[in-house]
Design a protein around this ligand. Sequence first.
Ligand SMILES: [Zn+2]
Length: 113
Amino acid sequence: MELRYTKWGLANRFNKYILVNKDLLEFPDLYSEVLKHELAHTDKLFSASDLKQDIKVDHFAWKIFWFSITHPRALVQLLPIWWYEGEFVFDLNMLFMWSFIVIGSLVYLRLLL
Ligand SMILES: [Zn+2]
């Protein structure tokens, strides 16, 4: 699988390549955990196993948290839609999670239902 480097986000798997934040190279342990995570994803547009893969709390979650605090450009990973090489890229899992958070909050605050 081809690896491409960027200065944004953490990592995302596309059909033919994985886009990785180049700053992760400074943290070899975290970098290999992140790559393992991406390789465990499928190439499907959306699947239950991919969603499960993203909502499970990995043992390196704290390292991801610390990396994101010290490399704020990594926080772009939390956006459901972003821009890469002249086109919009959608992260369906993130879209699903944000919908869940927003709708859940509206229901909780009794603004909906
Ligand atoms: Zn993932």
